[in-house]
Design a protein around this ligand. Structure first.
Ligand code: ADP
Ligand code: MG
Length: 253
């Protein structure tokens, strides 16, 4: 999509767990080349909403449109194949595999999606192409100096960046990240923010689900705030920072 074009539209989405309404009629839009922050105190429903977009959970009501097509209810694999890549709130790398191998897993995802031609086994040329693509993504995020290091040996900040590289290897149009700054040191957060800014400058569209309000404020174009499953505010960082209801939600939460 052209810069500013519609990428993701979430409209009136509802998700219940028994009697609990974890996401209650929430909606927002995400445009190409934009970083949207989705914030809120613990239990607000951020991860649930995130899972609805990725297809790891199914909404009880509402619509989710990606590039103009309805994706609500599609299995996660099909949504990923359409160009939404994700990172996890708790890092899900393979610690005993190398950086390169971890990113290759992400590239395989795309290769497999393209394998409707019928080949189940990757031939050597494809394997080489995947390896080259993974190296390219490691360079893109600045983790190329030691591609054969084990992922488990990296400090948490670099593991998070490696997860972004793995997501990028699937060649997504939209990346969604669940609390990527959690547990990171100040300098690690700065590095991560730098990377996300660089990706935006390349035209990537990013949905950032984050508890760390300061991390979000300096980075995103627009913010949606959730509390108890509902959207309580939306706007640019400055207006969100000044919003009394948002301040209350964070102090109370
Ligand atoms: P956040 O990511 O904003 O901290 P969550 O989306 O994880 O919030 O949770 C929102 C609410 O839904 C919480 O009250 C949580 O306990 C509840 N919840 C989340 N997942 C489940 C589940 N699988 N089963 C039951 N309740 C859940
Ligand atoms: Mg969460």
């Amino acid at each position: 999509p052209a810069a500013g074009g519609e990428v993701l539209v979430v409209d009136g989405v509802v998700k219940r767990f028994g009697g609990l309404v974890a996401v209650n009629q929430v909606g927002f839009e995400l445009r190409a080349g934009e970083i949207l922050g989705l914030i809120g105190p613990n239990g607000a429903g951020k991860s649930t909403l995130f899972n609805l977009v990725c297809g790891t959970a199914t909404a009880d009501a509402g619509r989710i449109r990606f590039l103009g097509q309805d994706i609500a209810g599609l299995p996660a694999r099909r949504i990923a194949a359409r160009g939404i890549a994700r990172t996890f709130q708790h890092v899900r790398l393979r610690p005993t595999m190398t950086l390169l191998e971890n990113v290759m897993l992400g590239a395989h995802l795309r290769a497999r999606a393209g394998l409707l031609r019928g080949a189940l086994r990757l031939d050597r040329a494809e394997e080489r192409a995947i390896r080259a693509e993974a190296m390219r993504q490691l360079r893109r995020v600045g983790l190329d100096p030691n591609p054969h290091e084990l992922a488990g040996n990296l400090p948490l900040g670099q593991q998070r960046i490696l997860e972004v590289a793995r997501a990028l290897a699937a060649d997504p149009l939209l990346i969604i990240l669940d609390e990527p700054a959690a547990g990171l040191r100040r300098l690690e957060k700065q590095k991560l923010a730098e990377l996300l800014r660089a990706l935006r400058a390349e035209g990537m569209t990013i949905l950032l689900v984050e508890h760390d309000m300061e991390f979000v404020m300096g980075l995103v174009d627009r913010i949606v705030v959730m509390e108890f499953g509902t959207r309580i505010a939306e706007g640019p960082p400055a207006s969100i920072r000044a919003d009394a209801r948002v301040q209350e939600a964070y102090l109370g939460g």
